[in-house]
Design a binder for this molecule. Structure first.
Ligand SMILES: Nc1ncnc2c1ncn2[C@@H]1O[C@H](COP(=O)(O)OP(=O)(O)O)[C@@H](O)[C@H]1O
Ligand SMILES: [Mg+2]
Length: 259
């Protein structure tokens, strides 16, 4: 697999009147084409900052982000972003929510419309195209948010704790749903989560960040036997708890060092 995304020696500080906060320090890693990378780390270690740097909402102070080997700011790659809150507009129907991005970009033609109807059908929202977001369950809303993001045909998908606002039951099934959708479509994706089980159940590799300032502690390869290779099934696989313990230990050593 070739590298889709390369992060090289990235550092970032927030500057405020009250002082400077070093959020990330010398981060390097890569995401291969079609790979699903999860990023875990303690709260406040710079995970959201990292995503903002990757999609260009923030400019790195040091280091570089390359997409297909080209500096991000020169690349024409489309980066999709999905957040904890789904940001669906209540005054628009489900269809006009998922088509919003394309509409803004003036790319909503008949072919695109047809594709959207098709995706809504495939992902169980066919009967809800004319509904309002408030008529959907939490899981359905996240699926709608995903379709809206996928409609823009992103080369890379950045997911910032997209399931954390859902209740536990829903979270399990939505996580299963969404990661299966991404895998089938062979999307390169980076998922931020504070939930270790979630990371193990979806990722090809897991990047562990230290407490602030975030540094790469380790990158863990995650492999499951084929019959377990789906999020809900992975949770029942014999390897699961070994991965969990390994991650837990990585995160714990961090606490011990910082007091
Ligand atoms: N806009 C900002 N201004 C100043 N400090 C910020 C800002 N955003 C985040 N921070 C600080 O930077 C650190 C990393 O934040 P963040 O990337 O949101 O962490 P995470 O997503 O891992 O919880 C935190 O200590 C946070 O308080
Ligand atoms: Mg965050």
């Amino acid at each position: 697999m070739k590298e889709k995304l390369q992060v090289k020696d990235l550092s970032y500080s927030y500057h405020e009147l009250s002082g400077e906060t070093l959020a990330l320090s010398h981060i390097s890693f890569e995401v291969r084409d079609g790979e699903f990378l999860a990023v875990v780390g303690p709260s406040g270690c710079g995970k959201s900052t990292l995503l903002s740097l990757l999609c260009g909402l923030l400019e790195p102070e040091e280091g570089a982000v390359l997409i297909d080997g080209i500096p991000r700011e020169e690349s024409s790659a489309v980066i999709g972003y999905m957040l904890q809150r789904d940001h669906l507009f209540e005054w628009r129907t489900v269809f006009s929510n998922v088509s919003l991005g394309l509409e803004i970009q003036k790319r909503l033609d008949d072919t695109a419309r047809k594709e959207l109807h098709q995706m809504l059908e495939t992902y169980g929202l066919g009967a809800f195209q004319d509904s309002r977001p408030s008529q959907l369950s939490g899981g359905m809303r996240q699926r709608a948010a995903l379709i809206r993001t996928l409609a823009l045909k992103p080369d890379i998908l950045l997911l910032d704790e997209p399931f954390s606002a859902l209740d536990y039951q829903t979270r399990l099934s939505v996580c299963d749903d969404i990661s299966s959708i991404l895998r089938t479509r062979r999307k390169t994706a980076l998922l931020i989560t504070h939930d270790l089980s979630e990371a193990i159940s979806v990722a090809d590799r897991i990047l562990v960040l230290s407490g602030r300032p975030g540094r790469v502690k380790t990158i863990l390869n995650v492999e499951f036997a084929r019959e377990y290779d789906r999020p809900l099934a992975r949770r029942n696989a014999p390897e699961f708890s070994a991965y969990f313990n390994q991650l837990w230990k990585e995160l714990r050593t961090d606490e011990d060092q910082t007091g």
